[in-house]
Write a protein that binds this ligand. Structure first.
Ligand code: 2AM
Ligand code: CA
Length: 266
């Protein structure tokens, strides 16, 4: 075991604890969201406040773990200058579900060493599901090793996807292509990209695709999926999915078929 792995093993429990406490904060605030007094302030404003507060707590905790680290975050990042270690975090992924008192939603934390992700933690406080990968071995769900499904064809596949807020013509073509498969396989929109990628890692879903995404939506989940034996790509089949705003995640076996019939078909 080298020094970097030693450090990682030392910090992973602290990162998990932070994900859990942030998730508990989100869950308790979501219960308050139902109360009448919140209506006075407006639900969206209140959620923005929760997002920011959750992020503030996460940044404070993660900075204490690695004082020299940089941050790429959903709420407060203005400019991002990578350092030796950089955190890519989404304090609340699945905001639309959250606003409606629904689930799932999650806390997503990734740690990059130079340009490579070396740690991913995604936590769903409602289902109490904790996905972790350190790259030292297996990815886990609540401490148990997880792995991708064996599904090889679109027939009977279980596939997650998301619809971006702004849909270009390419995005529309992809949705039309998916629609042509509606009787062949099952599609689901669950509303938290970080979790939906983890569902592929856990063999719950066979694949997931979404455009219009940001690094904090995918960084932790993509790393967990790759550690679980799955595959991630951009919509052209390349590696530009972390900063490229589009992602296809799969068990690997279904990847080419999904690309051919749904993502790149004209
Ligand atoms: P958010 O909840 O943090 O906004 C929903 O489709 C999933 O995609 C959520 O994880 C949502 O993150 C994310 N997402 C990010 N950017 C998006 C966009 N431009 N359009 C739709 N969803 C987006
Ligand atoms: Ca997000």
């Amino acid at each position: 075991m080298n020094d970097k792995e030693m450090d990682l093993n030392n910090i992973v429990d602290e990162v998990i604890l932070l994900a859990r406490t942030t998730g508990a904060y989100l869950a308790s605030e979501q219960r308050s969201l139902q109360k009448q007094e919140i209506e006075l302030k407006g639900t969206r404003n209140y959620v923005t406040y929760i997002d920011k507060e959750a992020e503030r707590r996460l940044v404070k905790g993660l900075r204490a773990i690695l004082p020299e680290s940089a941050f790429l975050t959903e709420e407060e990042t203005v400019t991002f200058e990578p350092r030796d270690y950089s955190w890519i975090i989404d304090p609340l992924d699945g905001t639309t579900n959250y606003v409606h008192g629904d689930s799932p939603y999650s806390v997503s934390i990734a740690l990059m060493h130079e340009t490579k992700v070396i740690l991913g933690v995604v936590f769903d406080p409602v289902a109490d599901q904790l996905f972790v990968a350190t790259g030292n071995g297996a990815a886990t769900l609540n401490g148990e090793p997880l792995g991708v499904s064996r599904q090889e064809s679109l027939t009977n596949a279980y596939i997650g996807f998301g619809i971006p807020y702004s849909l270009d013509s390419r995005g529309e073509t992809i949705l039309v292509n998916a629609m042509k498969q509606f009787r062949n396989c099952s599609f689901r929109i669950k509303g938290s990209a970080a979790l939906e990628i983890c569902y592929v890692a856990a063999g719950i879903s066979d694949a997931y695709f979404h455009s219009g995404l940001s690094p904090w939506d995918v960084a932790a989940g993509a790393f967990i999926l790759e550690c679980a034996g799955g595959r991630c790509s951009d919509f052209s089949g390349g590696d530009h999915y972390l900063f490229g705003k589009e992602m296809v995640a799969s068990n690997g076996k279904l990847h080419e078929t999904l690309m051919q019939h749904i993502i790149t078909a004209e």
